[in-house]
Design a binder for this molecule. Structure first.
Ligand code: ZN
Length: 634
């Protein structure tokens, strides 16, 4: 398997194998097939959510890519190709992670010459080339109007942050059942009509209806192949939600989904994560399908069995712990398809649903996507990165021996236990932390995992081989938070993304408060992290966990703001430059994404599926062009 057959800009494309697909029954394979089709049909929704010009720009770029009859080996065409590949990767014209608009490295004249004069497409040129127009998909700078300065397409361009916040504060105040609030605003674009704010709901017959109808058709085709009755109910309820846009039905669907744990095949399809909205309300569309990796699931199940023990022994104040931790279901899975906001760049651990009260009363499902981690590991082996940034031979040996395994375990702890732990004090609005909510939530889950990595319970349960292994995770985490994650930020920029802010926050807070345990030191290669007291580090993570949980439980916005702004945002320009320089010399791509396998269904004369073939030979541009050709809806 060639894991590095496509490389451009800051991206390396990987392929993932769907191990054991052949071991599924034809009925299961057919279920996977229809759900996978449903996961591909939502692609255009995400493109439009990411920016109102994205779909038109994609059509223009793809036409030029396919039809350009000039010199295809010229610098301009090559730079144009890289630009298109980046746009494909980001599902839009802004960087998928840093959120800033791409600056094309080809002249505007090149593209202008491909547009018939007088065509509507001319108005796309400034959107692509003028750095002042739509500069950022998501702006989180404190003090700015976050809606007016963000290009994501969740609010009409003239709606201010204050207007939107007031609109949703009113909705919340009128909630018929304040203990079970729906996820207000999750599935609509906020627009202005005749001077009034109004929600343009994403549903069949509404906004994005054309894409949603195709999704519904594939979900309906999947129902007869479901593994059990509950799974059928899950799919039916999801269809009801897509038809009506009624958020109470969405909650009903997620409750059914959380309780369906018998089937081997599972999926997510819909409006899910809110990282793309500066106000954290609107959910981007994503879809993926998976089936259980039975052997690897054993580890996650062990954690799930001891969920209450972990909750009871956590260092947070008793008032903020859950008396009864429920339904932490954890599986290791193989992904069969990635779609929407999970494609081509994907999470490797996923915990859903996101509704606080549904999680509290019905639990959540957690997965680690084993075949993606495996592909990452293959690609990362022996690329020189660790040798460059790890401080000494002893630590390097420790990392080489335990880092991969520890990372998986930490992901399990984060997803299976971390997000599900703790509770809000009665009456606290789950959105009180506003723009800081996502970062604080990720920090909480990471700290829970870090704290327990060093617990002797891990060795006792057979999850770690010895009492030293966790040190690989501690060292790797601090090295990433203090140094190496900076490679993912362009010079002169700040940290924006919630997971990155969280890692910086934890690592720098620890560096500032526990100088006896961790220091930054100049060694021959450059700056490196030195850990001098691993025991003390565990104390640090426990202390910070207690504080972060307090902030979340009490809804202490001011403390959240202070913590994130002090430790999670700014970048030391000198250190940043040094890390980027050392990283450049290694010539590695900081971001990776995945090319999906391709499924082909063979049907008999009656139209029934008789076999499903899976292939891995499609190239990146072939796949993107095929998706644009076969799954365009908007
Ligand atoms: Zn998380």
């Amino acid at each position: 398997m060639n894991y590095s057959d496509e490389r451009f800009a800051d991206i390396q494309m990987l392929r993932y194998r769907v191990a054991d697909f052949e071991k599924l029954t034809l009925r299961q394979q057919t279920l996977v097939y229809h759900l996978s089709e449903a996961a591909l049909w939502g692609r255009d929704i995400l493109w439009d959510q990411n920016g109102r010009f994205n779909l038109r720009i994609r059509r223009l770029l793809e036409r030029v890519y396919l039809c350009y009859d000039g010199d295809r080996t010229s610098d301009a065409f090559r730079a144009f190709t890289v630009y298109l590949k980046r746009v494909w990767f980001s599902n839009g014209i802004h960087h998928h992670y840093g959120c800033q608009k791409f600056q094309p490295a080809f002249p505007e004249e090149f593209l202008r010459s491909q547009i018939p004069s007088g065509s509507d497409e001319e108005e796309l040129l400034p959107v692509i080339f003028d750095p002042e127009i739509e500069p950022k998909r998501l702006n989180q700078n404190e003090g700015d109007d976050l809606l007016l300065t963000s290009s994501c397409n969740y609010y009409a361009p003239d709606i201010t942050q204050t207007e939107a916040e007031q609109f949703y504060a009113r909705q919340k105040a009128q909630a018929p059942d304040p203990h079970h609030p729906v996820m207000y605003g999750m599935n609509s674009t906020l627009v202005r009509r005749d001077g009034q704010l109004y929600e343009d709901v994403w549903r069949s017959g509404g906004r994005y209806g054309a894409a949603i109808d195709h999704i519904i058709a594939e979900l309906e085709a999947a129902i007869p192949f479901a593994e059990n009755e509950r799974q059928q109910k899950v799919i039916r309820r999801l269809i009801d939600f897509y038809r009506t846009g009624d958020l109470r039905m969405f909650d009903e669907y997620t409750i059914l989904w959380v309780n369906e744990t018998e089937g081997e095949v599972d999926f997510t399809n819909g409006f899910t994560e809110v990282y793309g909205d500066p106000l954290g309300l609107k959910a981007s569309w994503e879809g993926y399908v998976n089936f259980t990796d039975r052997e690897a699931t054993h580890r996650a199940e062990t954690l799930g069995r001891y969920a209450q023990w972990f909750e009871d022994h956590s260092p947070v104040d008793k008032r903020f712990r859950k008396r009864e931790v429920r339904g932490v279901s954890a599986r290791v899975v193989n992904a069969t398809i990635l779609g929407g906001d999970l494609y081509p760049s994907s999470a490797i651990g996923i915990n859903l649903p996101n509704s606080n009260w549904v999680r509290a009363e019905h639990g959540s499902k957690s997965v680690t996507i084993g075949n993606l981690t495996h592909a990452y590991d293959e690609a990362a082996r022996g690329n020189g990165f660790r040798e460059e940034f790890v401080i000494d031979k002893e630590t390097l040996d420790l990392m080489n021996r335990y880092a991969l395994y520890c990372d998986d375990l930490h992901t399990d702890l984060h997803e299976c236990l971390g997000h599900g732990s703790g509770q809000l004090l009665p009456g606290v609005d789950p959105d009180s932390l506003k723009a800081y909510g996502s970062t604080i939530e990720e920090a909480r889950a990471d700290l829970f995992g870090l704290y327990y990595m060093a617990d002797e319970k891990m060795v006792e349960l057979g999850l770690l081989p010895n009492a030293e292994a966790y040190k690989a995770q501690y060292y790797g985490y601090l090295m990433n938070g203090l140094l190496t994650q900076l490679v993912r930020i362009e010079e002169g920029h700040q940290i924006e993304e919630a997971h990155m802010r969280n890692r910086a926050l934890i690592a720098r807070w620890t560096l500032a408060h526990y100088p006896q345990a961790v220091q930054l030191e100049k060694v021959s290669q450059g700056t490196a992290v030195r850990v001098t007291d691993y025991d003390a580090l565990r104390g640090a993570f426990g202390t910070l966990l207690a504080e972060v949980q307090r902030i979340k439980s009490e809804g202490d916005y001011e403390a959240a703001r202070l913590l994130v702004e002090t430790y999670g945002v700014a970048v030391d320009p000198e250190l940043h430059r040094e890390v980027l320089e050392r990283y450049r010399r290694l010539d590695l791509a900081p971001y990776k994404g995945f090319i999906n396998p391709r499924y082909t269904a063979k049907r008999n004369a009656q139209g029934e599926i008789v076999s499903i073939n899976i292939s891995y030979d499609e190239s990146y541009d072939e796949q993107m062009l095929r998706y644009s050709r076969d799954y365009s809806t908007l």
